[in-house]
Design a protein around this ligand. Sequence first.
Ligand SMILES: C[S@@+](CC[C@H](N)C(=O)[O-])C[C@H]1O[C@@H](n2cnc3c(N)ncnc32)[C@H](O)[C@@H]1O
Length: 288
Amino acid sequence: MDEYPNRGKRRFPPKKKVARRGGWKPPVKKPAGRKEQGWDQVAAWYDQLVGKNGSDYHQHVVLPAAMDLLSPLKGKKVLDLCCGQGVLIPLLLESGAVQVTGVDASPQLIESARARFADDQRVSTEVADACADGKWADASFDTVASLMAVHDVPDLPAMCRNAAAALKSGGEFVAIFMHPCFRIPRQTHWGWDEGRKLQYRRVDRYGVDLEIPIVTHPGKGGGETTSFYHRPLAEVMNAIGGAGLAVTRCEELVSHRRSQAGGSRSKGEHRAAREFPMFLALKAVKLP
Ligand SMILES: C[S@@+](CC[C@H](N)C(=O)[O-])C[C@H]1O[C@@H](n2cnc3c(N)ncnc32)[C@H](O)[C@@H]1O
C-alpha cells in the first residue's frame, strides 16, 4: 500500500507526467477557487505551541540563528514572510528595525499577530498568500525573513520570486527551515548501531518531492492536519537562485537537545546530535 497517497511529483527537471506507484495520476491540485489559508486549520494549536517567546526550537536554535543572519537591522524595513503569529517581530524591533510587515495566509494567525502589536505603529500585518502576486511585494524592503515556512508553502519558486520582488536591489533574504537532507517528517529517524556503538540518522526517502500530512495531536486522535512539502536540496537552491537571489551564507544548525539517558549510549547520542543538522539557514542577496 502507498503510505503517502498525496505524494507530490518530482519537479526538477520538469516533467509532463510523473510515474508513481499504482500508475500515473495527475498531480494533486487544490480545488479551483479555494483560497490559500496556510496553517489556519491548525492556528490555535500553533499559537499555543509558539506562545510569546517561541517554541523550544525557536528559542534555542532558530531565533538566535535568524538574528545572527539578519543583523545589522538598525534603520531597516523588514518583511516577515509567513510570519505566523509574529514570534520574530519583537526581536526585529529590539534590534532597530524601523518598520516590520508581517504577511501570512492564515487569518487567525494574523489576528493573533495584530492583537500582539496593535499599539505599535512600526508593525503592520496582512493576510496574503506568499505564493501569489500581492501589493506587499513592492520592492520597498531592505530585508525579507522567513522562518520555518519554506516547507509549508505549496509553490516554493513562486514564494521566492515574491520575496525577491518585495526587496530593493541589494536587499537580503534570510530563510531558516527544516534541513531537507536530515529532517523529513516520517522519512528520517534516529537508529542505534550496537556493534559500532553509534547513533545513526536513517533517511528512508529524499530524492522525490513529497507532500506529507502532519497531524497536530497524533496521540489524541481527531487532530487537525496540515501539509509539509519535502523538496530535495537542489530544488530548494534552484528556487532561490531562480528568483534572482544569490546565496551568500549557509549555516547547518544542530539541535540543542541532548540525550538525558546517560549510560552506554550517551557518548554516541551526543556525537550524533552534533553531527546531523536539523535546520538549514540561508542568507541571500537580491541581484541587481
Ligand atoms: C511553521 S509556521 C511558521 C510561522 C512563523 N514564521 C514562526 O516561525 O513561528 C508556517 C507558517 O507559514 C504559513 N503559510 C503556509 N503557507 C502559506 C502561504 N502559501 N502563504 C503565506 N503563509 C503561508 C502558515 O500559515 C504558518 O503561519
